[in-house]
Design a protein. Sequence first.
Length: 127
Amino acid sequence: MKPSSSTAATIDDYVAGFAPEVRSRLLALRAVVQRAAPLATERIAYRIPTFHLGGNLVHFAAFERHIGFYPGPSGIDAFRARLAPYRSAKGSVQFPHDEPLPLDLVAEIVRYRVAESARPRTRKRPS
């Protein structure tokens, strides 16, 4: 069962709405992100669990056949070769429910995103 997007106010609320097997996967992913980004805050953004650190760091969500992990385009690009076994798009990757979650890889991606968030941002000036 997927929680109603209007009722999940916290990540705990979001996770609680799923079957035990999916809930276990979501909690494992959450724990890895918490360890890799201890200063990040949790919130619901775009109706899905989000970790925020000076901006959105990573998101994740459960679907019928997979867990979606959203480290943004830079997170996908930096780990493209290691993410090759999984279905991915510009800023997302799908981890099928019938395969183990690549938690070590997720931790590396999150640490990469944390380091990236610490870099000074440069803005383009209007010409």
